[in-house]
Design a protein around this ligand. Sequence first.
Ligand SMILES: [Zn+2]
Length: 426
Amino acid sequence: MIVPAVRAKLIFFILAFAIFNVPAGPAQENPAAEAPAAATEAGAQPTAPALLDSRVTATQDRARLVLDLTTPTEFAVYTAADPMRVIVELRGQAGDGGQDNQPAGDGLVTAYSVEAPGGERVRVTLSLAGPAQVQQSYILDAFEDQPARLVIDLVPDTAENFAANMRGAEPAVEQAEQEVPPAELDGAQTAPGETATAIDSVRPLVIIDPGHGGVDGGARATNGLEEKTIVLAFALKLQNLLVETGRFDVALTRDTDTFLTLSERVALARQNQADLFISLHADSFDQQDVRGASIYTRGDLATSDLDRVLAENENRVDLIAGFSPPEDEGAIDVLVDFLARETRRQSYLAGQALIEQLEPSVQLRRFPLRQADFFVLNSPDIPSVLIELGFLSNSDDTANLTTDAWLDRVAAALARGVAVYFDGRY
Ligand SMILES: [Zn+2]
């Protein structure tokens, strides 16, 4: 699947190719329910998962349904008209059922109801303010104090598309009524889009930049594990997931334990005309209670003093490794300034898309989308974000950063976020 294709000046670039996927068919069947492995557990009669809680948040631009469950389950999503609605069917048990609920916020979804029609089925009906399509739907396993979750994101659609999806909806309803064999579900397996189509000739290039490396170990956990090692392993995970979608070319600034200056990282992104640059870190703070994932975009005025100190420390790593500190390029001409403004807007949109996908999966820092003057976010022409996966100065974060299940979960969420960002951009 992964094909070494280009050797850049400083490093190997790993490019990979697969079938291109498009989002939103008429109905989104949970693919894991159809996996061959699903049929092998005949005889076992597991208790149906119980619905613990349901909530909807809605704006004009998007809506999200989150169902908290005791365990992952099978589900199907389809649309219906007169009135326009999205219906989610899942195998499970609901307490009372039948109640009408109001979403938080005002927008795409005006109300929703939860019913238990019997036969270990739960039906959630979302009333729509206008035509919409399912952008993505996925299951998350339980983790830490979070229950298992079914997450469904909706975005506005044209009336024509909505009607076209409707015509295909009937068979999906039939299918939803059939007995669905129990399956072990994995959130990482689901991604936006399920319909195979022609290979897109120009895929966006995502460059992932694992922070630090070589003589620069970055932050260090109390157990001795170094930031450079954690972020490199994570970068490879994220690369694999993005490559599997078939939508992106994905390269790393380093795929070994080597030192790169900050300028070299930025230069790699610019020389290769990356469409998105993602720098990965897991730094330390003096305040040990600061924890959770956060995402930074470039800003001369840091969100807080802590953010400013974090960026200043990060910008000094070249010095620590014996290189000159990087310097800003000084006077910026009008064209570059114009580019930079659009790039900052794109960087912010990317950060927002990534945070939105992280939110149901993992603990985030308070106000998780932040700004600080990180040098690696400097490119005037490449949308760039820096992700602090967590803080090695916090023991809970350190435990997560060394737990495969947590890392998989975050990588899956970020891969979804990258797809959502590019869905909106093109
Ligand atoms: Zn770092």
